[in-house]
Design a protein around this ligand. Structure first.
Ligand SMILES: C[S@@+](CC[C@H](N)C(=O)[O-])C[C@H]1O[C@@H](n2cnc3c(N)ncnc32)[C@H](O)[C@@H]1O
Length: 206
């Protein structure tokens, strides 16, 4: 095995083992940890909407890092594998783009932070997959006015495919600050990255 491959493997093991040790179902939690430590996406006392939440690492991280009167609303097509016993967790099993899902989530909102690790079903064709990811991300940006409080923050996973500048441009129109950032915990070979909007300007200024 080449040295590069072996170091990649040990990096994977590091995050996976740490997730297991800390009780998270997926290593993806360390992407959110880095995003939150760098950009302060959510605070100790926050209402958070987690889109594409299953198996539930991000949701669990938010529950662990927020105060007793915080709320974490999570939605996924699939069920969460984490415990749903925390009264601060509101889980919707369904498609985020369905009206009925959004209605339920809106009843608990608006939110201080919207985080999305949602990923479309992949085909292996990078053009198709990044196109689907673009549609998903732009759909989420499109509902910011309904879901986010003024001053709120947004972080969305995207698959890089050339259109990410357009997405950052969309964020720049409606947030004080728009950025793109790839956490260290992303697999090196992965073409995923995250777009960040900080300080939502509010619906009237979008
Ligand atoms: C990479 S996983 C998320 C991992 C999660 N952040 C964690 O740390 O456990 C991506 C998820 O996005 C979900 N997803 C994709 N499209 C969705 C949609 N339209 N509505 C709800 N969930 C969606 C998938 O079902 C999948 O579980």
């Amino acid at each position: 095995m080449s040295r590069q491959r072996s170091s990649k493997r040990s990096e994977l093991d590091h995050y996976s083992l740490r997730a297991k040790k800390e009780g998270y179902p997926a290593r993806s939690v360390y992407k959110l940890e880095e995003l939150n430590s760098k950009f302060k996406i959510f605070k100790h006392n926050s209402k958070i909407l987690d889109i594409g939440a299953a198996p539930g690492s991000w949701t669990l991280y938010c529950l662990r890092k927020t105060a007793k009167d915080s709320l974490v609303a999570a939605i996924d097509l699939k069920d969460l594998t984490i415990s749903k016993n925390d009264a601060r967790l509101f889980f919707v099993k369904g498609d985020f783009f369905e009206d009925s899902s959004q209605k339920q989530l809106l009843e608990k909102g608006p939110y201080n932070a919207v985080i999305s690790d949602a990923a479309p079903a992949t085909t292996g064709n990078r053009t198709v997959d990044s196109g689907r990811s673009f549609t998903l991300a732009s759909g989420i940006i499109g509902i910011a006015d309904k879901m986010l409080v003024k001053g709120g923050n947004l972080a969305i996973k995207i698959f890089q495919g050339g259109d990410e500048k357009e997405l950052v441009g969309m964020l720049a129109d409606i947030f004080e600050t728009a950025k793109i950032f790839k956490p260290k915990a992303c697999r090196r070979e992965s073409f995923e990255t995250y777009i960040i909007g900080l300080g939502y300007k509010g619906a009237s200024q979008g």
